[in-house]
Every structure is written in structure tokens, then in C-alpha cells.
Design a protein around this ligand. Structure first.
Ligand code: F6R
Length: 614
């Protein structure tokens, strides 16, 4: 949450920072701000609203300067208004800071600073931090880097910060704990950002700071890293980035979400490419091959995740138990970390996260590691905190997911987890070689079946138009498709602001059925494989209460087609692979309904993509 960008080098900083902020807007879009140093003074513009609003506001300041910092905010402390926007000045006006994270003990520090004569214009924790740095710098008579280090040792919380001192205009000091921070290294220039997207067209070389590391990014000097706690020197690990510019642009689609929905055939294929070797009857995944014993000897698998990734975890629970006969528990990371769970060194914890930065998931990993569990990460963002914190893992190869609503991350997470379950099933002998081979062959057909499912888009647009004014919706599914019902409901509520609930279809009669009347659209996943007859009975129950039925069915279906108000077909596949297909129409339905309601689908209100606060 919150995106930070910085630049120091030989180019004009303004366009780089503005473009960088636009690319990071998925991380928060409550307000935006920029500070530029023109060689003499700092020029600062900030405003409530989006980067587009900032561009207008910045017409009032000089846009000169080869050094600058910028911020796009997801509000934590203080409402989203101009004053609470970043960057924040220190009282002297010498220092300026941007911050992603939360300083938990800011109130006590603020009280102390007020006693010493400091004044505050905003309600933010960040303004407290920049003044603490200033106070340390003054009282201890130290340079900026050291002042930042001393100050950070007094704070509790999470941060990725960049601090600039107008008396030292050849450097920016950065530090990280809990929130991501990357430094792009160009030819005599440096870029600072929450992820690599702001600088990908300038350089492929980047250093990702580890937690509790800081760096002085200085022109003409190599990056030097230090540990914030004990000042020990750390050595920068320069990574070569694989991302390209095309991947982070809309490529002719109206929204990132739609582009990402359409990318799923490619993303699923990329995720199994090189891992699924159907002809050889093999699954090759380094993270598992090297740790097979851990999985084979595990008493159980615990899956932790949040939101959509948690739904992928629920699908995985069905797959692991069904195919590999390993007991699985799926937990919200936020609950797991605070409930003193029983974990032993015989447990394997799988953490699922698109961003790899979700604070609760990261904390759950740390807890499980302390208790001796083996941690396997399933992340999309390469080099992310969760990927680094895990003992081993497997990346999804979805490519950058920029729309705040997760789509291709979900289907690629299911793909990786299916590969993992299949591999374990084979090793454990719960699956015959023939079954295994059949499964691999079917998995290889999924990308083309997803393409087929996408062909229903025009029909889905028509259905969306019918239900766009609804105020409530129900989503029902059974077995493997119960998590898909949850995911369908989440997609709708988060981008269209229509209240929606997902339920296991049979649970409906234990309460939700009371809601059904002729105004209630009920989206039912009723594919041929997977308790079909039972779902048909559930549909009858809805119909007799005059609910509107929109069913996702297998191609050629007759029974449900007769009963439902609308049907959307998906190709036939194995029951355990149906979520990869049934989720597609539900994504498209949410997308169209949200667009028709005039909602900002890529940046829904109050949300941010990377939830780095708990
Ligand atoms: C919903 C959505 C969120 C995320 C959740 C976890 O569309 O995107 O529910 O799934 O915030 O994020 P990651 O997967 O990055 O840990």
C-alpha cells in the first residue's frame, strides 16, 4: 500500500516520477505528491486524488530538477486530503520524506517532539518520522544517513522510505522494513521505487533491499547497504529483471483487468511451461524436487493467504486431499498469526500471495518458521518479501498483475498448486501412472479451454446489462466450485460495490434462502462433473422462490439450461480442473457490471493491490 518513487541522475526527474507514480497507482490512489530539487530549492506539489490531479497541481511549481521523490497514497493515518499527502517536510524545510508503511509508536514520538518545540501540520505518522530524523540530525550532529538510522532504531512499525536533504543534494537515503523497496541502477543514475515498473524502460538491473536495510543512493558512487540495527555492511545483490514494458501497459484494452482476464490462457501456459512434461510423464519443479522429503513426511499442509489467494488455497485443499490424500487446513493469514496455532516441524506451510508483500501472510510465515515448519511460497512477484522469506517455493508466471482485482493470479496459483498436488500424488502412489498421464494431458488443454470460455464475452455483456442495477447477489457452488463461488462474489463486490455473498450451494437452506425473491440474482456453478444432480436440486429450490438463476454449465447441458434464466457454457474438463474454467465467466460478469455502473474497475474505492499493512 502506497507507492514510492525517486530519481537521481542526469535526466529530468519530473516525467520519470509522474510516470512511475502512475504505474504504482495500483498500490493506492487516495492522494499523490512530488518534491523536486532544482539546484537551489525544493519544489513540492501534493493533492488529494490521483496522479492525474497531481499533474494539474504541479503546473504551479517549477518542474526543473534532476533529483526528486514522489508518492501515491493509500491512507492509514489521517484522512485523504492535501495536507496528509506525501511528501512531508521537516520543520526546518530542509528534509523531505516519502513513506510506505505505518509507524506504530508515532504518537509517543510526536508528544516528545512537541515538547521540544516541533509543530505538525498533518495527522500523519510520516511527518513525525521526518521530524524525528531532523531532531536526531541536529542534536547528535550527524549526517542524514546516520540520522535516518538512529531515528529508525527508535520507531516501531513498517516502512519503505526515501529522504532527501536540500543541504546534501547529491544523495537520497532509503530504508526498508516490511514494505518493498527496489533501487534501479542505470548509467550514472538511480531509480527508487516500490517495484521495478517505474524504471523498467531505463534499466534491467535492480537491488531489492532486505528488511532492516538502508542505503545512501549517491550520484557517482556504488550502492552501499547497511543494516539499520547494527550498522553492519550488507552487500547489494544486483538482480537482472525479466519484466518488459509491454507487460505493464494496457495493450489496447480499456482496462488492465480486462487485459489480465484475457491473458489467462497465456499465463496458465507460462506457469506450467517447463514444469509439466506430459510426454515424459513428469512434473519438474525445483522447489519441490529439492524438498520432496518435507512434503512426503508432512503430517499436514497448512495453507495461509488472504483474499483471492485464500480462495485459491481453498481450491488447493480439495485438490491435495482428493489427489494426494494429505490433510490440509486453509487459514486466513490474519487469523492464523494471532491465534497461537499448534505448529510443529512436521508441518508444511504453503503461503500464497500474488504480490508477495501481504503483511499478514508474511507474518504468518515468520511465525510458522519460528515453530519449525517448512515454508513453501507461491508468489507471482519475483524477489518479493514472501518469496525471499520462504524456505522454497514456486513462482506463478502470470506476469505483472496491475488491476487491483486479482484475476490471472488466481488461475495461475491454482495451476501451480495443481502441479504440486499431482507431483505428490504420484510420489505417494495415490495416483496410478495412467491417471497421472491423463491428468497432465488434460491440464495441457486448459489454456485452449479458457480461450473457449472467453468466447462467451458478448453473451456475458448482455447478461451483465440485465443485472447491473442489482443491490444483492448470491453465488453458489459445491465441491471444487465452492471457492469459485466465493471468488465470484468477492470480484463483484470489490469492483462494482454490489453486495454479494458466496455459499456452498447446500448451505443455502440453512439461512440465505430467506433472501431469495424475484429481485435476487443467484449465480450458480452447475458443471456436469461435481455433484451435478445435487446442484440441480438447489436450483429448483431457488426457482420455486422466484430467484433469478444465472448458471455456469458444461457445454451441451440440457437440464440446467431448461431451468435457468441464463446459462453460460464452459468446456468440459476433469472435475478438479473446473475452477480454472468456471471462474472466467464470473470475472467477466463482474468486469462488465462494474463498467456499466461507471466504476473504476482497475482502482476500486478504498482498495490497494499490495496490502503491506495488517
Ligand atoms: C481481490 C484481491 C485481494 C488479494 C489479497 C491478497 O481481488 O486482489 O483479495 O487477493 O489482498 O493479496 P496477495 O495475493 O498479493 O497476497
Amino acid at each position: 500500500m502506497c507507492g514510492i518513487v525517486g530519481y537521481i541522475g542526469h535526466r529530468d526527474a519530473f516525467p520519470i516520477i509522474i510516470k512511475g507514480l502512475q504505474r504504482l497507482e495500483y498500490r493506492g490512489y487516495d492522494s499523490a505528491g512530488i518534491a523536486l530539487f532544482d539546484g537551489t530549492s525544493i519544489n513540492l506539489a501534493k493533492t488529494k486524488g490521483k496522479v492525474e490531479d497531481l499533474k494539474n497541481k504541479a503546473k504551479n511549481i517549477s518542474q526543473e530538477g534532476k533529483i526528486g521523490i514522489g508518492h501515491t497514497r493509500w491512507a492509514t493515518h489521517g484522512i485523504p486530503n492535501d495536507v496528509n499527502s506525501h511528501p512531508h517536510y521537516s520543520n526546518s524545510g530542509d528534509l523531505v520524506i516519502i513513506h510506505n508503511g505505518i509507524i506504530e509508536n508515532y504518537e509517543s514520538i510526536k508528544k516528545e517532539l512537541i515538547k521540544r518545540g516541533y509543530t505538525f501540520t498533518s495527522d500523519t505518522d510520516t511527518e513525525v518520522l521526518v521530524n524525528l530524523i531532523e531532531e536526531v540530525k541536529k542534536t547528535e550532529d550527524v549526517k542524514l544517513g546516520q540520522a535516518v538510522q538512529i531515528a529508525l532504531n527508535q520507531v516501531v512499525g513498517a516502512y519503505a522510505i526515501a529522504v532527501f536533504d536540500r543541504n546534501k543534494p547529491d544523495e537520497i537515503v532509503v530504508a526498508k522494513l516490511g514494505s518493498p523497496l527496489a533501487i534501479g541502477i542505470g548509467e550514472n543514475e538511480f531509480f527508487i521505487a516500490s517495484d521495478a515498473s517505474p524504471f523498467i524502460e531505463f534499466t534491467n538491473n535492480a537491488v531489492y533491499l532486505e528488511d532492516e536495510e538502508m542505503a545512501i543512493v549517491r550520484l557517482g558512487k556504488e550502492i552501499k547497504l547497511r543494516k539499520i540495527k547494527n550498522d553492519a555492511v550488507a552487500y547489494p545483490r544486483i538482480m537482472e529483471l525479466q519484466m518488459n514494458l509491454e507487460e505493464i501497459e494496457k495493450g489496447g484494452y480499456d482496462h488492465f483487468m480486462l487485459k489480465e482476464i484475457y491473458e489467462q490462457p497465456r499465463a496458465i501456459k507460462d506457469t506450467y511451461r517447463g514444469r509439466l512434461l506430459a510426454e515424459q510423464g513428469l512434473i519438474r519443479m525445483a522447489g519441490i524436487d529439492q524438498n520432496l522429503e518435507k512434503f512426503m513426511n508432512a503430517n499436514r499442509i497448512i495453507i495461509v493467504a488472504c483474499g483471492t489467494s485464500w480462495h485459491a488455497g481453498l481450491v488447493a485443499e480439495y485438490i491435495f486431499e482428493d489427489l494426494a490424500r494429505i490433510p490440509v487446513e486453509v487459514e486466513y493469514a490474519s487469523e492464523f498469526r494471532y491465534r497461537n496455532p499448534v505448529i510443529t516441524d512436521k508441518d508444511v506451510l504453503i503461503a500464497i500471495s500474488q504480490s508477495g508483500e501481504t503483511a499478514d501472510t508474511l507474518a504468518a510465515i515468520k511465525l510458522a518458521k519460528e515453530k519449525g515448519a517448512f515454508v513453501f511460497g507461491v508468489c507471482n512477484v519475483v524477489g518479493s518479501s514472501i518469496a525471499r522469506e520462504s524456505h522454497a517455493g514456486a513462482y506463478t508466471h502470470a506476469g505483472p498483475e496491475i488491476g487491483v482485482a486479482s484475476t490471472k493470479a488466481f488461475t495461475t496459483q491454482i495451476t501451480v498448486l495443481t502441479l504440486l498436488a499431482l507431483k505428490l500424488a504420484k510420489e505417494k502412489g495415490t495416483f496410478s501412472q495412467t491417471q497421472f498421464h491423463e491428468f497432465l494431458t488434460e491440464l495441457e488443454t486448459i489454456p485452449s479451454k479458457v480461450e473457449k470460455a472467453l468466447e462467451s464475452n458478448p453473451l456475458i455483456e448482455i447478461i451483465s446489462d440485465v443485472y447491473k442495477e442489482s443491490t444483492n447477489c448470491l453465488y453458489l457452488g459445491r465441491g471444487y466450485n465452492f471457492p469459485v463461488a466465493l471468488e465470484g462474489a468477492l470480484k463483484l463486490k470489490e469492483i462494482s460495490y454490489i453486495h454479494a455473498e458466496g455459499y456452498p450451494a447446500a448451505e443455502m437452506k440453512h439461512g440465505p434462502i430467506a433472501l431469495i425473491d424475484d429481485q435476487m440474482p443467484v449465480f450458480v456453478i452447475a458443471t456436469k462433473k461435481g455433484h451435478y444432480e445435487k446442484v440441480v436440486s438447489n436450483i429448483q429450490e431457488i426457482k420455486s422462490r422466484k430467484g433469478k438463476i444465472i448458471a455456469i454449465v458444461t457445454e451441451g447441458d440440457e437440464q440446467v439450461t431448461e431451468l435457468a434464466d441464463h446459462v453460460i457454457e464452459v468446456p468440459e474438463t476433469l472435475e478438479s480442473l473446473t475452477p480454472l474454467l468456471t471462474t472466467i465467466p464470473l470475472q467477466l460478469l463482474s468486469y462488465h457490471i462494474a463498467v456499466m455502473r461507471g466504476c473504476n474497475v482497475d482502482q476500486p474505492r478504498n482498495l490497494a493491490k499490495s496490502v503491506t499493512v495488517e
